[in-house]
Design a protein around this ligand. Structure first.
Ligand SMILES: *Cc1c(COP(=O)(O)O)cnc(C)c1O
Length: 389
């Protein structure tokens, strides 16, 4: 049997600790992608490992219809942290599932069918969420998808106002587009989105799968705009590396939600890991640390890169660097020549989503590596391939 779908990188990883990954050959890599933002507290965080291990030994799994302490603790913890007055949560196993549920609940709660989504937006790859994901390459081979979706330019409140009407179930939007190139939504735009959806009786669905959990310097990115969505979704880093997703809903959505389910929903081990993750995020005020370190990162990048790049954008520790050549080539050079791992966001953007617990020394090392790579100080490399993820 051969595993497929993902192309395999030429680096085999054996273990991880904090911001570092270690190859089988002993090489230490600085993971400035936090493995797709899935380890906000760094790799193999001891508090999360302890909580998950303890739960594994006591009870690995029981069906979701039996109350268990680990799930109760997580839902209670979340109710203190969820955006605005979202008091209801559906737990699942991934970002696409969290968004899939959001779309279903928005339809059943509003009785409307249409969705509005944004150009360059990314919400997942199951058939429902894929319908609201912009990139043609991801969608076309699987069409027909949900046809009642209208894409509007990201950041354009007027276009949004025109698209959202009384037949709209929901507008799904990332507060900062991740996969689409690190495009921040302005406060004004997000506030307009709140007003427009309110007026039409449609659900505002904030996809915080990538922006949430302190990454942008506040626990949820919509906090910057003072906007409370009807539904907020989380996943990726919520259990610091174990698979989980959450759909947090206001009452009117939860009350109108149709039947839904998933066997592993709210399993005790991931709940214990997520509860431990949230505790560390809160106790150590990790979002504030991310805000501070993010500012340092941006100013150091600005100073070091100058004209070598087209633009540096983002908030907190969600940073995009628009480069002047293919991002995959730059990423390869960073990994091979400097043992620094980062991510692409489209063909020309380097995406930095480091663990939120990094310190200035890690920033310094990465800025130096990126600077050396982009200003051409490294040796010419040959045989580049169009590697994906
Ligand atoms: C990663 C991501 C998803 C999909 O999450 P999966 O766990 O891969 O299904 C959805 N929305 C956003 C904004 C993401 O970054």
């Amino acid at each position: 049997m051969t595993s497929f779908v993902y192309s395999q990188k030429p680096i085999r990883i054996e273990r991880g600790e904090g911001p570092y990954l270690y190859g089988e050959d002993g090489t230490e890599y600085l993971d400035f992608g936090a493995s797709y933002a899935c380890v906000p507290l760094g790799h193999s965080h001891p508090a999360v490992t302890a909580a998950a291990t303890d739960q594994l030994e006591r009870l690995t799994y029981v069906q979701g219809s039996y109350p268990v302490a680990a799930r109760d603790a997580l839902t209670e913890g979340l109710s203190g942290l969820a955006p605005g007055d979202a008091e209801y949560v559906w737990l699942c196993n991934s970002g696409t599932e969290a968004n899939e549920a959001a779309l279903k609940f928005a339809r059943s709660a509003t009785g409307s069918t249409k969705f509005v989504a944004t150009m360059q937006g990314f919400h997942g790859r199951t058939m429902g969420t894929l319908s609201t994901t912009w990139k043609k390459k991801y969608r076309e081979p699987f069409e027909p998808l949900i046809e009642d979706v209208e894409f509007v330019p990201y950041g354009d409140a007027e276009a949004l106002d025109e698209a959202v009407d009384e037949d709209t179930a929901g507008f799904i939007v990332e507060p900062i587009q991740g996969e689409g190139g690190i495009n921040p939504g302005t406060k004004k735009y997000l506030r307009a989105a709140r007003e427009i959806t309110d007026e039409a009786g449609a659900a505002l669905i904030a996809d915080e799968v990538q922006t949430g959990l302190g990454r942008t310097g506040t626990l949820w990115a919509t906090e910057h705009a003072g906007v409370t969505p009807d539904v907020t979704t989380s996943a990726k880093g919520l259990a610091n590396g174990l698979p989980i997703g959450a759909t947090m809903c206001k009452e009117w959505i939860a009350e109108g939600a149709g039947p839904h389910g998933s066997t592993f929903s709210g399993g005790p081990v991931v709940c214990a890991a997520a509860d431990a993750t949230l505790s560390v995020l809160e106790d150590e005020d990790v979002p504030a640390h991310a805000a501070e370190t993010g500012e340092y990162l941006t100013s150091e990048l600005d100073a070091a890169l100058g004209d070598a790049v087209r633009e540096i954008r983002g908030t907190g520790l969600m940073t995009g660097i628009e480069v002047k050549r293919g991002s995959n080539r730059v990423l390869r050079d960073l990994a091979i020549d400097h043992s620094v791992l980062a991510l692409p966001a489209g063909r020309t953007v380097l995406r930095l989503l480091p663990p939120l617990t990094i310190e200035q020394e890690h920033v310094d090392r990465v800025v130096e590596a990126i600077s050396a790579t982009l200003t051409g100080e490294t040796a010419e490399t040959a045989g580049t391939t169009e590697a994906t993820r």
